[in-house]
Design a binder for this molecule. Structure first.
Ligand SMILES: CC(C)(COP(=O)(O)OP(=O)(O)OC[C@H]1O[C@@H](n2cnc3c(N)ncnc32)[C@H](O)[C@@H]1OP(=O)(O)O)[C@@H](O)C(=O)NCCC(=O)NCCS
Length: 146
């Protein structure tokens, strides 16, 4: 995942270091990936389960099993072939099977390739504003009931 992040060198996602990823997976979260014929990871999406509700929405999501899709990334030489779409479907499937009730995601404003992919899968935009992780990034907050 670190190698894919380096190859993409994209500012559409917040770069994650190894410790961040190890901690995430130690907590039982999941990653979906697509590999090429040589077994090299060319696309990824992280699915977090039972996440804490974002600030300001905790009352809305009180007692709700809330999942979150993040770190969606496709190698630039594989884009436009539907890989992000497949990864989103895999995440939604797994979240439903796990009994999650709601799923959220954040997309930087202007990232239409990503936003359209979420909207096509019935996510709705619930807010536009600074990312809680990085206030310099203005993001669409998206939500879907599962
Ligand atoms: C966003 C990203 C993950 C899309 O991956 P992908 O595998 O190329 O996406 P898909 O092929 O599944 O779908 C692309 C869809 O967006 C559309 N699209 C592609 N570029 C677009 C653009 N610049 N503007 C609007 N729509 C665009 C395509 O037409 C396609 O829609 P369609 O299925 O109706 O034809 C990829 O571009 C990427 O890794 N970007 C950098 C990281 C990033 O932005 N991650 C998302 C963070 S929220």
């Amino acid at each position: 995942m670190m190698a894919l992040q380096d190859i993409a060198g994209d500012n559409q996602i917040i770069p994650r270091d190894r410790a961040w990823l190890e901690n995430l997976f130690a907590q039982g979260n999941r990653v979906f990936g697509v590999t090429d014929d040589d077994g090299i990871l060319v696309a990824q999406a992280i699915l977090r389960l039972n996440t804490a509700a974002p600030k300001g929405l905790s009352r809305v999501f009180d007692d709700t099993a809330l999942a979150c899709i993040s770190c969606v990334l496709v190698n630039p030489n594989q884009r436009g072939r539907g890989l992000m779409g497949h990864l989103l479907e895999a995440c939604l499937d797994a979240a439903r099977k796990d009994g999650q009730q709601e799923i959220i995601a954040r997309v930087k404003v202007g990232n239409d390739a990503s936003l359209n992919n979420f909207l096509k899968r019935d996510f709705t935009i619930v807010a536009i504003g600074p990312s809680p992780e990085d206030p310099d990034r203005i993001v669409h907050s998206l939500r879907l009931s599962l």
